[in-house]
Write a protein that binds this ligand. Structure first.
Ligand SMILES: NC(=O)c1ccc[n+]([C@@H]2O[C@H](COP(=O)([O-])OP(=O)(O)OC[C@H]3O[C@@H](n4cnc5c(N)ncnc54)[C@H](OP(=O)(O)O)[C@@H]3O)[C@@H](O)[C@H]2O)c1
Length: 231
């Protein structure tokens, strides 16, 4: 891994992604919305910034030229297929063979064994309806975006995050193949560690074509179920 593109680098997760990549000595190019370029001003001499919405195909193509790895912060803002457009731009413009890592939440499923509580399903349903009604976000769009990734023949990993918190690192999160695994019960990961997992996935071939559901290494459920940790 030499050069990494970060699609959506100016948000909270994006800042952590940039930090971990720079620590590893990667050459970093970031796509972020034009109005957010100033949020990265303190890093201007260490990274290349391509202003553009993350579904701007020209901006994504420009940023991903020569990248061995791509980290995509997949968000479903608005009601105009922002997440699907972002995923498609990355799938279409990443270099052949590049490692592609996408972020999303536990609600994303490949339909192959995830188990959700009634409460979780109800919460997602309500959030989907309300967010779409006020045209704030389209959670189903993130679902469609991930379906496109799952169907692609690229070297993808979709990292499904638990609830997130800011705070000191606990180390690399642990993961399970399926939501509902007791390992995940604590449902909390430090945001910096979510980013750490995504960056580590760039060089972990065992995670190609996996959708790991992650949880903080220091959480009670992770410690209790360490024996079943597939990592
Ligand atoms: N928050 C959680 O508890 C949680 C839990 C599980 C998984 N995740 C996943 O983690 C990832 C990061 O989420 P986050 O909640 O932590 O937020 P975040 O890192 O702050 O990222 C938000 C991103 O959305 C962009 N954005 C904000 N408003 C926008 C708009 N109106 N139109 C287009 N883009 C907009 C931001 O760009 P600007 O800098 O330009 O504003 C930023 O890149 C997502 O993939 C999410 O699904 C989050």
């Amino acid at each position: 891994m030499r050069k990494v593109g970060i699609i959506g680098g100016s948000g909270k997760l994006g800042r952590h992604l940039i930090g971990h990549c720079l620590e590893r000595g990667y050459d970093v190019t970031v796509v972020c919305r034009p109005e957010s370029v100033g949020k990265l001003a303190d890093l201007a001499d260490r990274i290349t910034v391509v202003p553009g919405r993350t579904d701007d195909r020209a901006a994504v193509a420009r940023a991903l030229a020569g990248c061995d790895g791509v980290l995509t912060v997949l968000v479903p803002f608005g009601v105009h297929d922002y997440a699907s457009g972002t995923a498609q731009a990355v799938l279409d413009h990443a270099e052949p063979g590049a490692r592609l890592v996408f972020s999303c939440g536990w609600h994303i499923t490949r339909g192959d064994g995830d188990r959700y509580t009634r409460r979780f399903r109800a919460m997602v349903r309500v959030m989907t309806v309300v967010a779409r009604a006020v045209r704030f976000a389209d959670i189903d769009d993130q679902v469609r975006a991930c379906d496109r990734v799952f169907a692609s023949d690229t070297a993808w990993t979709v990292v499904r995050g638990s609830d997130l918190a800011e705070g000191p690192s606990e180390g690399l999160p642990v993961w399970a193949r399926h939501v509902g695994d007791p390992l995940l019960a604590s449902n909390l990961t430090m945001r910096t560690d979510y980013a750490l997992f995504m960056v580590a996935a760039l060089t972990d071939d065992t995670l190609v074509h996996e959708a790991p559901a992650i949880v903080g290494r220091g959480t009670a459920s992770a410690r209790e179920h360490a024996a079943t940790d597939p990592t």
